[in-house]
Design a protein around this ligand. Structure first.
Ligand code: NAD
Length: 290
């Protein structure tokens, strides 16, 4: 297929390279000069969309996505497949899908889980919203960039799934770190704590796959001085999106709200650029009254 790829950052560049390596003709565009392997780069955003069968976006936020969608609208070929893989607010995802489909194209929101490692390895998980027909058209491309794609429902459903998942992840990571910090102060050995919890009812992905305690469990950012991994400010972005969505539909998410507040304080007090599991050393330094 002829594919246009807009947003060649940490995630977009390897995703575009994987599509090119699979034999697709890929033209990319980014505001900063980037040339992933096998990907031609356009001088303007229009170079990356004109005459393309599919256009994929991997951008920082909903405002930029809306802006790009408005810019490229008229330049898309008839019946283009538009796939947005960015993590954005549900309203922006729906607005962009509406704009693109009103122009006669097919659109899905397909945010990802799996991070930069998954983007490079082509093992991302996609969660998709849009029509079943648009999803079916997108599936062969998603299967190159990832190992799993779940159809979640109408436009915006992929973003809804993404922020619900990451709200669980953020809150779970915090409470896992709280438990380690408490265990330390109770004199419980961290390895013993891991051995018990990883096989007990407190078990979670944060504990068993991404353990925040250095030297315990499988290799994770805690074993690499808490270098990301998944940066704390990206977790904060996703938690803020969950709170924006909760406010819009009047859903009670008290733990999600608290998790967002904790990550905000962490990011503002030295956590920016650190992995989101670095909440453990941060909490370990705090006392009960802080
Ligand atoms: P990034 O900042 O590395 O890349 C974004 C790219 O978009 C940048 O290269 C930037 O120059 C480009 N860009 C910005 N405005 C543009 C425009 N108008 N036209 C063209 N290019 C433009 O970010 P990333 O880590 O690649 O993340 C991209 C998206 O994926 C975000 O929505 C993020 O939340 C989501 N995501 C990231 C991860 C991760 O681990 N990094 C994991 C899952 C989802």
């Amino acid at each position: 297929m002829k594919i246009g790829f807009i947003g060649l950052g940490n995630m977009g560049a390897p995703m575009a390279a994987n599509l090119a390596a699979a034999g697709h003709d890929v033209i990319g565009f980014d505001l900063t000069a980037r040339s992933p392997k096998g990907v031609a780069t356009g001088a303007t955003v229009l170079d990356a969309v004109e005459g393309r069968d599919a256009v994929i976006t991997m951008l920082p936020n909903g405002a930029i996505l809306r802006d790009v969608a408005a810019q490229i609208g008229d330049a898309l070929s008839p019946d283009t497949l538009f796939i947005d893989c960015s993590t954005v607010d549900v309203d922006s995802a729906r607005a962009v899908a509406e704009l693109v489909t009103a122009q006669g194209h097919a659109a899905i929101d397909a945010p990802v889980s799996g991070g930069t490692v998954g983007a490079v390895a082509g093992t991302l998980t996609f969660m998709a919203g849009g029509t079943a027909q648009a999803f079916a058209r997108a599936l062969p491309l998603l299967e190159i960039m990832g190992q799993k794609a779940v159809y979640c429902g109408d436009a915006g459903a992929g973003q809804a799934a993404k922020i619900c998942n990451n709200m669980i992840l953020g809150a779970t990571m915090i409470v896992t770190c709280e438990a380690f910090a408490l265990a330390d102060k109770l004199g419980l050995d961290r390895q013993a704590m891991y051995d018990v919890v990883s096989t007990s009812s407190g078990q979670s992905w944060s504990m068993t796959t991404y353990c925040p305690a250095t030297g315990v469990g499988p290799q994770s950012p805690s074993d690499n001085d808490y270098k990301p991994g998944f940066a704390a400010e990206l977790m904060l972005k996703d938690l803020d999106l969950s709170q924006q969505a909760a406010g819009a539909v009047d859903a009670a998410t008290p733990l999600g709200a608290q998790a967002a507040q904790i990550y905000r304080t962490f990011v503002e007090t030295g956590g920016k650029g650190r992995d989101f599991s670095a909440i453990l050393p941060y909490l370990a330094k705090l006392g009960a009254q802080t």
